[in-house]
Design a protein around this ligand. Structure first.
Ligand code: SF4
Length: 219
């Protein structure tokens, strides 16, 4: 899969796309939100001040600032709780110590934060610190389930199952992740995947069963 997707979408060098706190908070904002609205919410959130100011602002003001993101009333208190927990544990917002912690400890440290799940933690560790973890978002989960590289399971469990199949090589893990994202957006969509254009179809279990009529994905 990795070779075929690389031939289709190209090499993607592992270069951090944004600084670690930006990655962390934006990933919380991105849940059930497109990237334009996520970015707009992040930019307006930052107009409230530095991370200390945001953590102490009235929660309604934070929710208003991030209103372009879906579920702002739920995300605002989670973001503030996350910021407070980071500051209490580290005395600031520098996450660079995560580059040196053993991977399991780094994952645990991040997922112990109130608003952070394994996908968000994995994104920060792989994208910002080139640690050998594999973030499983909705596209990664859907394609691997349809192809049959993992049996049907939840996204959380899929983090462990897919990582066990992959080499612990951050550049490869990054490239595979972002190419799966492109493939999920352009070809293997949730509903009506365009299998006739798919470079994975010869190896895809769903295609073997349904041909060009693969049904909408059920989690
Ligand atoms: S063949 Fe169809 S269902 Fe299988 S990975 Fe490709 S687009 Fe998705």
């Amino acid at each position: 899969m990795h070779e075929r997707l690389t031939a289709e979408y190209g090499e993607r060098p592992l270069v951090p796309r944004r600084e670690p706190m930006h990655e962390l908070i934006s990933t919380i904002l991105s849940q059930r939100t497109n990237w334009r609205d996520e970015d707009a919410a992040y930019q307006e959130l930052r107009t409230l001040g530095d991370w200390d100011a945001i953590s102490q602002a009235p929660t309604e003001a934070v929710a208003h600032a991030i209103r372009r993101s879906n579920y702002p009333e739920q995300k605002a208190p989670r973001i503030q709780a996350t910021l407070r927990a980071i500051c209490e544990k580290r005395g600031g917002y520098d996450l660079d110590f995560l580059a040196e912690l053993p991977v399991k400890e780094a994952l645990t440290w991040l997922t112990d934060l109130p608003g952070v799940g394994v996908k968000t933690a994995s994104l920060v560790l792989l994208f910002n610190y080139a640690r050998p973890v594999f973030p499983v978002d909705t596209h990664v989960h859907r394609i691997n389930t349809r192809v049959g590289s993992i049996p049907k399971m939840g996204e959380q469990a899929a983090h462990r199952a897919l990582l066990a199949l992959l080499p612990p090589a951050p550049p490869l893990l990054y490239q595979f992740h972002v190419n799966l994202l492109s493939h999920g957006q352009q070809v293997c969509q949730w509903s009506h995947p365009t299998c006739e254009k798919c470079v994975l179809r010869e190896r895809c279990d769903a295609y073997a069963v349904y041909g060009n009529k693969v049904p909408s994905f059920q989690k």
